[in-house]
Every structure is written in structure tokens, then in C-alpha cells.
Write a protein that binds this ligand. Structure first.
Ligand code: ADP
Length: 477
């Protein structure tokens, strides 16, 4: 089997490889992917550093053309790349193709942004002096990504990094190197100069840690667990390095008595269980007022019965497998914790066998949960959600905000008054009214508050905040 290698200083390299396994069918090896060493990582950082002066001064048209070409190729290959994504991560084929299209759109967006770079010219408070405020590239950016969005998250970090003139060392999650390799190959062929984008696949403890320890990374943009995010933060203080962290969520979805029941059930089922619940914007706390509680639980349970859990590539599959054995164990452990804490298992909770050996788990719904239970406070990252019963809107809002996290927050209601109040008072980076907590646009800011995020927003034109540094220049006229 060929080894998909790392790209360091424009050369494909690496003989040590690991198997990329399909979670829908653990007998299937998706491919062999290089596992980089600390030395590889140091070489990649050195290459990115050497490439920075020229790339940071490259023309905006060159950047536009490369990003546009990459976006176009991803779109042209959406079915093939979507299938690769579904095979390595386990989300369903339609979800995987949708994510691939989004990755393409992100490259198209930043291809456009490259042509829209602008600064400000303002008068000085002193006569005869002009002031220019411009944005310059930050430097070498370390990009560390998780397994749950194997193509979209790399795209939304790589595209702005390159658009604004930075060079990159990119380390994808070990579980899903396939899509990352594919987009790096596409960008490389699109004409990026050697060393501008370096790919080092491999272990977090080796490749990732070497990046954290390097004084040569001017910024690290990270999406992953709270624990690793903290390590990124602590290591970065020492190097005076800029960071952007997207970590966990424990996103609430409030359902009020006056909600349209169908809208509420669709939003909740999507939020909690689509993509196997493996989204940082997934809703795992369904906070339901007592007047609609029993009807909502009955309708949700019916909806869950209609969802097929099966091989990600099979037509008619609504929910693919859990990503790997370790995550499956975490999910099962939390289901047991929920039972012991006294929540009532209203649906699911069991492993399922299918034609192929995979990590199949029923969508699992607890009722009679409280917001103090561990299943309501800790991120599970699987197809597991709990219903928390509350008296009224005021209690619902208080419970929604009573969490260490603050990424996304949703409400189902037909009341303009409550929707407006919730938008203003939800302690979250993103608020959804009558929509799932997950599922966001590619051209507007993405990010959270409290324990979910640190640093400036990702995506849209707000991405410039992280990937550039501001310069203020004064000239005597
Ligand atoms: P998860 O538990 O969801 O896999 P992690 O935070 O462990 O989340 O992983 C997110 C990314 O961080 C992955 O690319 C992983 O390899 C990387 N990573 C893990 N440990 C470290 C570390 N010590 N230093 C840098 N990166 C790491």
C-alpha cells in the first residue's frame, strides 16, 4: 500500500506510517498515512520560517489564484472527497459531502478576501502628520485540528492563514489524516511556493508537542479538547505567542411551551444526534418547560425510532458510527454515569450490530436529568442528550447559562419577546432561534465564550483579527 506522506519544505517525505481505519467497517483500511517525528516537525517549522519573508510579501493576486484554484478543485471532487471523509470519520455521506462543499466555499471566500485587504488612513492629532493603519501577516502559524470535521476545520484555518500572507505548519488529528492530506496536495499543486504550507501528520504528543515547544511559531490556532487547549495556552505564554482556541461545548437548547413542536423536535434531533453528536456545537442539554415537556419527550422518542444508525456510506443512514473505540467507551461510560446519577433512560443506550463491524451506538436520550449531573456538565461528544425539565422561561435561561461552556445556545419558541430576550442574554458566542445549535455559515464569525473558546473569532472577515498583526505608521507630510 502506498504511504500518504508529509509535506515538508515542498517535498513529500516519511516512511513511518499508521493505518487510517474506517469506523463503519473496522476491517477496512482507508490508507496508510505518515506519522511524523519531532525532527520532521522542526524541519517543517524551519521551512515555514524560511518561506515567510517571500510569501508575506507575495502579491494578493497570486494568493487569490491559489486559494480559488483549491476551492474549485475541492468542489469538483466533492463526491470523492466526501466519500473519503465519510470513510475515515464516519459521518453520513450527505453530511460528508456537505462538509466538503463548505470547505470549498471557505477557500472561495478567502480567495475573495485576499483581494479586499485594506487599511485605514486617518489624520494625526498633530498637524501635518498622516497616520496609516494596516494589517500585516503574523508569521509562521501552527494549525492543530481535531477529528470531527476532517476537511472543514483545516480549511477554515489554512485558508485565512494563507490569505493574509502567513506560512503554516499543519498537524491534523491522527484519526483522520486523509482529507487533510488531500487538501494539502490540492494547495501544493495549485502553486504554493515550497515551505509555505507544511503538513506533519502524527501524534499529538510528538508533532503537536514539538509545535507547542517551538519559539518560532508566531501563532497557534487550535480546535480540540479543553485539556490540550490549556496546554497550548500555557506553552504559548512563554513564547509570547498569539493563540486562538476552540474547545468544548455543553450547548443548551431551550424548548418553551409556545414552541412549534415539529420545529422543536427537528432542531433538537439534529442538534443532539446528527453527525453522531460529535460536534462541538451539538446540543446535549434539552431544557424543556413543563407545559410541553411530556409532548416533547413523546415526539422526540418517536423521532429517534425513525433514525437509522448504520454504515456511513449506506443510503438511508441517518447516523453513522462513533469515531473510534476510545470515544465509544467514553459514550458508554457516560450512559452508565447518567443511569447511576438517577436520570431515566428514555431511548437508546445500547450498542448495535450491523453488517460490518463498526462502532454503532443507538441515539440515547435521558429524561428527568438535572443540570447538576455530570452528564449535564461534562462534554460527552457522542449521540447522548438529556432532557432537563424547568418551570418557565426564566428558569430555562438560568439553566442554559449555568455551564462552564459558552459556544452555542438555542431556543425553540414562537414568542418574539422570549426569542429577543434569549438572543441578548444567552451566554454563548452563537445563538440559534428555532434552529439547531449546530450548523453554521462559512462567511460569518464562529466562536464561543467562557470555557469554550479563547482568542478572537474564526471565519468570515473576523478571521483577520487572529491571522494578522496591526501596524500604525506616522508620516510627516
Ligand atoms: P480529542 O480528545 O478530541 O482527540 P485532543 O485535544 O486530544 O482532542 O486533540 C485535538 C488535536 O490536538 C489533535 O490533532 C491532537 O493530536 C492534538 N494534540 C493532542 N495532544 C497534544 C499535545 N500535547 N500538544 C499538541 N497537540 C496535541
Amino acid at each position: 500500500m502506498t504511504i500518504y506522506q508529509n509535506l515538508i519544505a515542498g517535498e513529500w517525505t516519511g516512511a513511518d506510517a499508521v493505518e487510517n481505519i474506517n469506523p463503519s467497517d473496522t476491517k477496512e483500511v482507508v490508507g496508510l498515512y505518515a506519522s511524523g517525528s519531532a525532527a520532521d516537525t522542526k524541519n517543517a517549522i524551519a521551512a515555514a520560517k524560511a518561506a515567510f519573508p517571500a510569501w508575506s510579501r507575495s502579491g494578493i493576486w497570486e494568493r487569490h489564484v491559489i486559494l480559488k484554484k483549491a476551492g474549485d478543485e475541492i468542489m469538483a471532487r466533492k463526491d470523492e472527497l466526501g466519500a473519503l471523509l465519510a470513510r475515515e470519520e464516519g459521518k453520513t455521506l450527505p453530511e460528508a459531502i456537505g462538509e466538503t462543499i463548505r470547505a470549498s466555499q471557505i477557500f472561495e471566500f478567502f480567495a475573495g478576501e485576499a483581494l479586499r485587504l485594506a487599511g485605514e488612513v486617518v489624520p494625526s492629532v498633530r498637524p501635518n502628520i498622516g497616520v496609516e493603519i494596516t494589517r500585516e501577516p503574523l508569521g509562521v502559524i501552527g494549525i492543530i485540528t481535531p477529528w470531527n470535521f476532517p476537511i472543514a476545520i483545516p480549511a477554515w484555518k489554512i485558508a485565512p492563514a494563507l490569505c493574509y500572507g502567513n506560512t503554516v505548519v499543519f498537524k491534523p488529528a491522527e484519526l483522520v489524516p486523509g482529507c487533510s492530506w488531500a487538501i494539502v496536495d490540492i494547495l501544493n499543486r495549485a502553486g504554493l511556493p515550497k515551505g509555505v504550507l507544511n503538513l506533519v501528520m502524527g501524534k499529538g504528543s510528538v508533532v503537536g508537542q514539538t509545535m507547542l515547544d517551538s519559539p518560532d511559531l508566531a501563532g497557534i490556532t487550535f480546535t480540540g479538547s479543553v485539556g490540550t487547549g490549556k496546554r497550548v495556552a500555557v506553552s504559548s505564554i512563554e513564547h509570547n505567542r498569539k493563540i486562538q482556541l476552540e474547545m468544548g461545548g455543553k450547548n443548551p437548547m431551550v424548548i418553551l411551551d409556545d414552541a412549534d413542536l415539529n420545529v422543536a423536535v427537528e432542531a433538537a434531533a439534529n442538534s443532539a444526534f446528527f453527525s453522531t453528536g460529535q460536534r462541538c456545537t451539538a446540543s446535549s442539554r434539552l431544557i424543556v418547560t413543563e407545559g410541553i415537556h411530556d409532548r416533547f419527550v413523546a415526539a422526540m422518542t418517536e423521532r429517534l425510532k425513525s433514525l437509522n444508525v448504520d454504515h456511513a456510506l449506506k443510503t438511508g443512514t441517518h447516523i453513522g458510527p462513533v469515531v473510534d473505540e476510545r470515544q465509544l467507551k467514553t459514550d458508554i461510560d457516560y450512559i452508565e454515569i447518567g443511569r447511576q446519577e438517577g436520570a431515566k433512560l428514555a431511548f437508546g443506550g445500547e450498542l448495535i450490530s450491523r453488517d460490518t463491524p463498526g462502532f454503532y451506538l443507538q441515539p440515547t436520550l435521558f429524561t428527568e436529568a438535572t443540570n447538576q449531573m455530570r452528564i449535564s456538565r461534562e462534554e460527552i461528544f457522542g449521540p447522548v442528550a438529556s432532557v432537563i425539565r424547568v418551570r418557565d422561561y426564566d428558569e430555562a435561561l438560568a439553566v442554559a447559562n449555568d455551564t462552564p461552556f459558552g459556544l452555542s445556545s438555542g431556543i425553540a419558541t414562537t414568542s418574539l419577546k422570549h426569542a429577543t430576550h434569549f438572543k441578548r442574554n444567552a451566554e454563548a458566542g452563537m445563538v440559534m432561534v428555532n434552529l439547531p445549535t449546530a450548523g453554521v455559515d462559512f462567511h460569518v464569525p464562529f466562536g464561543g465564550r467562557k470555557g469554550s473558546s479563547y482568542g478572537s473569532r474564526e471565519q468570515g472577515k473576523y478571521a483577520a483579527e487572529f491571522f494578522t498583526v496591526v501596524k500604525t505608521a506616522y508620516t510627516l507630510a
